[in-house]
Design a protein. Structure first.
Lengths: 164, 356
């Protein structure tokens, strides 16, 4: 059983080699490799975390933006509605005022017209009276006889005419 | 890099070609068992290639390796070529030493070996600390690992934040796998990172030696990770790490078996105690058996061609061994993973405070 007998020489050299490898690699190779891997892993996970947070922030800002936009839209609608309301109010008021003014002016015109008509009537009556006198004068000059009788007739006619 | 090349060429420069005069016409029957055993066991020289030269003489090209012996409280240095070339003993202080079947024996000046009735040599052996094929292959793996990971470490220190490029892209998933799926999944969170360097070293050391073992030509082909000495040593390291860092609860659990009736405790404590030893023992046997078995199967499949002595069996044989090579590639990484995973599991068991 040659194969199963350990030889002290090989045991010695294996131990020596393994210890040398362990010492050297443990001091000069594994720490820098493992540290680099760890640092890289941490950096990646931090970066991922950061990206996620930034993404969330963007999402939040987007939502905020939407909210602000929505509010602005509502306000605009409100303002427009108010403006429309005011417009119709002003319009109605203006119409009322115009109507009242028109009414007032119409009334005034009516009054003026009435007054002028009365004046005119008065003037007409006076003129007619004067004309009638003149006419009568002329008639009387033509018909010297029976002056009184004619005057009576004229007056009765005049009273028949109602100027009112 | 230059240094490694230099060492490699120094090794190559020592290659010796020895031609022995064996009648090429006469063919001996194929000794498959001997061939396989020779390939999977250790050797004091590194076999490169055998061929028959133009004049019909077989040529063996081998790299001689340094022989280091401990005898009478001092170290003795030789080159293994001296032992293979002549069969005469070499002086070792006051005694002489001879190499027979890859073992050194102390003899007299004539190099006579005494045997008992069963044919076993009963001469004393000096302690053998030679740089054998396995040791040389292990030193090569160490050089490779240092080269790979020191340069990777430097690169990570400089460009650690950037995505891995080139060879680091290959290493990184494996390193992360060992860290996350071996260490962190088995050992409690606060302690896992402390054991990661050990587990990484263990994993890559076993894996690269498994891979070197699969390479069928020089400078591969050593059966290092299929050698019981190698796996036993690594198992001892695992054993030490498991038990040195164990918490009080672990020992209490083993020696007091809390919450058990007295009689069962009587039975359980010895079992638990044996369990401390069987865990690394299983690690040792598993790696040894898996790697050795793979080598034996591939060598057997190739040997079939020479046993049957038919060219028509060759395609079948090669196809089958190709499949085996694929499997061996998987086994190489799998066994490294299992060894590391189980070590991590046992560390996890010994460093966790029990809930009950």
């Amino acid at each position: 059983m040659e194969l199963l007998t350990p030889s002290p020489g090989l045991v010695f050299w294996t131990s020596l080699t393994f210890i040398i490898l362990l010492v050297i690699l443990r001091k000069y190779a594994w720490p820098s490799i493992l540290r680099a891997l760890k640092v890289r892993e941490e950096t990646i996970s931090f970066a991922l975390e950061d990206a996620k947070r930034a993404n969330e922030e963007v999402e939040m800002m987007e939502q905020q933006r939407k909210k602000i936009k929505e509010e602005a839209r509502k306000e605009r609608d409100l303002i427009l509605k108010e403006a429309r309301r005011m417009k119709s109010e002003i319009l109605a008021e203006a119409q009322d005022t115009a109507r009242a003014e028109t009414q007032r002016m119409l009334e005034k015109a009516g009054r003026d017209i009435e007054k002028q008509r009365k004046d005119a009537m008065l003037e007409i009556r006076n003129t007619i009276g004067q004309l009638s006198v003149e006419i009568a004068e002329k008639i009387l000059k033509e018909e010297l006889s029976g002056e009184d009788k004619h005057k009576k007739v004229i007056n009765s006619y005049l009273s028949e005419i109602n100027f009112n | 890099m230059k240094k490694e090349l230099l060492i490699f060429f120094l090794l190559l420069s020592g290659i010796t070609a020895q031609a022995s005069a064996v009648d090429p016409g006469k063919e001996e029957p194929m000794d498959a068992f001997g061939l396989i055993m020779e390939h999977i066991s250790d050797s004091h020289q590194w076999h490169v290639i055998d061929y028959t030269n133009r004049r019909g003489y077989p040529v063996h090209i081998n790299v001689p390796l340094p022989v280091i012996l401990w005898h009478n409280n001092s170290l003795w240095f030789y080159t293994s070529g001296d032992f293979y070339h002549g069969n005469h003993p070499l002086p070792l202080g006051d005694d002489y030493v001879i190499l027979r079947d890859e073992h050194f024996f102390i003899t007299g000046q004539e190099g006579v070996l005494k045997t008992d009735e069963a044919g076993n040599i009963i001469n004393a052996s000096p302690l053998d600390f030679s740089i054998t094929k396995n040791v040389a292959s292990m030193l090569m793996s160490m050089a490779l690992l240092l080269l790979i990971f020191l340069s990777a470490g430097k690169a990570y220190a400089r460009y650690g934040m950037a995505p891995p490029k080139g060879f680091r892209g290959v290493l990184e998933p494996i390193i992360l796998f060992v860290r996350d799926d071996v260490a962190r999944s088995q050992i409690s969170k606060d302690k896992a990172d402390k054991f990661v360097p050990f587990l990484l070293t263990l994993f890559f050391f076993i894996w690269i030696n498994n891979m070197i073992g699969i390479v069928p030509f020089f400078p591969g082909g050593s059966n290092l990770s299929g050698n019981i000495s190698f796996t036993a040593t690594l198992a001892v390291f695992s054993f030490l790490v498991i038990n040195v860092f164990a918490v009080k609860d672990y020992w209490k659990h083993i020696f007091l078996a809390p919450g058990m009736p007295f009689l069962i405790r009587f039975l359980l404590v010895p079992l638990e105690f044996i369990g401390i030893l069987t865990k690394p023992f299983a690690l040792m046997v598993r790696l040894f058996a898996n790697i050795t078995a793979g080598h034996i199967i591939i060598l057997s499949l190739i040997s079939i061609i020479f046993i049957i002595k038919s060219i028509y069996i060759a395609p079948v044989s090669i196809l089958l061994s190709l499949v085996m090579f694929m499997l061996e590639l998987l086994v190489a990484v799998l066994q490294a993973y299992i060894f590391t995973l189980l070590t991590a599991l046992f560390i996890g068991m010994s460093t966790t405070k029990s809930e009950h």
